[in-house]
Ligand binder design. Structure first.
Ligand SMILES: C[S@@+](CC[C@H](N)C(=O)[O-])C[C@H]1O[C@@H](n2cnc3c(N)ncnc32)[C@H](O)[C@@H]1O
Length: 373
């Protein structure tokens, strides 16, 4: 296979992603994809305009689509000209030409924030804590003057440049993270590990092409007892996070910055884990698994399940409805499928369970039964 020149690397990564997930299949249209450490946003712009995805750049930097939109416009305006004579006059025409994109261009969205362990931790917390974190983290990202060495101050400060649409609200930010169908990271620098950790936690497919290792920023990373300092060690360290992680070399041109290995996982690679998790989570099969995902404070005291407060009964009664509507729920695809095939029964069981528990708990309060502890 011929080596891929530097300016075309992001296109090669997109090609790999499009082919691996068959992104032009109708069921992908409009789905949310996180482009972690997306920089000025070329990959996301391509995913939005060539692949009809809701792509979200996650990066503290400002995005800037000036160059890519200008080039796409030029290709559009010269679309009827012969490519060979264009090549003679202006040099080789890149892969953007072959995408034959037509205006109007659609901007991607932007989460202007650092993807790091702090974000991962706060996304699991109650919403008020997430909201506080999000507001502080947004300010921190804005204070980052120049993130990385790949963007000039002039470009970053330029007014009127076409940019991704910034997500300001904490709820929308959390929704974008939790509802994503795919997580991508192309040369994501310090975000590399957090980006893979997020995908593993949410059990979402991902493709990450690591580059720099930053051993000084992450001295706690160890591989076989030694600190992770080199690119091959970094790849192996990341690969060890999951036994089903896959590996593909995109064969970029040799050179100091040629980092062409993609680590990735498909949805099916998580299935084994999902089944194990469901077994662990359930004594009563899919129904109890639904409850455990949708009623967070369940404790095991009576018939496997008990709730104590009025709002928990309500959570129990409305669990099927919320599972149906709640795109942010991080329960796995397999559980959702099980739930969908049993939806009517699930409604009935949830109502019945709430009724039984109300009676049982009232009986406990009246001293009629002693609940198991
Ligand atoms: C090498 S550039 C790659 C940019 C882009 N993916 C591309 O290929 O053009 C690395 C990017 O990582 C971003 N970055 C570094 N640490 C980050 C973090 N913790 N969270 C999100 N982005 C981060 C930088 O702001 C920079 O835009």
């Amino acid at each position: 296979m011929a080596a891929i020149p530097q300016r075309e690397r992001v296109f090669a990564f997109r090609d790999f992603v499009v082919k691996t997930w068959d992104l032009h299949d109708a069921h992908w249209t409009g789905r949310t994809v996180l482009d972690v450490a997306g920089g000025k946003g070329d990959l996301s712009w391509l995913l939005a305009n060539a692949d009809a995805l809701d792509s979200v750049v996650v990066d503290p930097r400002c995005t800037d689509h000036t160059k890519i939109t200008r080039t796409a416009k030029w290709h559009f305006e010269t679309r009827h000209e012969d490519e060979r004579s264009l090549t003679e006059d202006r040099g080789p025409q890149g892969p953007l030409r072959h995408l034959a994109l037509q205006p109007p261009w659609r901007p991607p969205r932007h989460l202007r924030v650092y993807m790091d362990q702090e974000l991962l931790e706060h996304r699991r917390k109650p919403f008020v804590e997430w909201k506080f974190f999000w507001e502080e983290a947004s300010k921190r990202a804005e204070q980052t003057e120049r993130c990385g060495h790949h963007q000039s101050l002039e470009l970053e400060n330029s007014q009127g440049a076409p940019r991704a649409v910034r997500i300001e609200e904490a709820a929308e930010a959390l929704e974008a993270i939790h509802s994503c169908s795919l997580i991508l990271g192309f040369h994501p620098d310090q975000a590399t590990e957090a980006c893979i950790d997020l995908a593993l936690e949410l059990q979402r497919p991902f493709a990450v092409c690591p580059c720099c290792v930053f051993p000084k920023d992450f001295p706690e990373r160890k591989l076989y007892g030694r600190t992770v300092k080199t690119y091959p060690d970094f790849i192996e360290y990341l690969r060890q996070k999951h036994p089903s992680m896959r590996f593909k070399d995109l064969c970029f041109e040799e050179g100091g910055y040629s980092r062409s290995i993609v680590l990735y996982m498909l949805q099916e690679d998580f299935d084994g884990e999902e089944v194990k998790k469901m077994r662990r989570d359930t004594t009563g099969g899919w129904f109890e698994a639904v409850l455990r995902h949708m009623v967070p404070k369940l404790t095991e005291t009576y018939e496997g399940i008990t709730v104590e407060k009025a709002e928990e009964y309500q959570q129990l009664e409305t669990a099927p409805e919320r599972l149906q509507d709640d795109k942010t729920s991080d329960c796995g695809e397999q559980l959702k499928t099980l739930f969908e095939t049993n939806v009517d029964q699930c409604w009935e069981m949830c109502q019945r369970k709430a009724g039984t528990l109300k009676t049982f708990n009232a009986g406990c309060r009246a001293g009629n039964y002693i609940p198991k502890t």
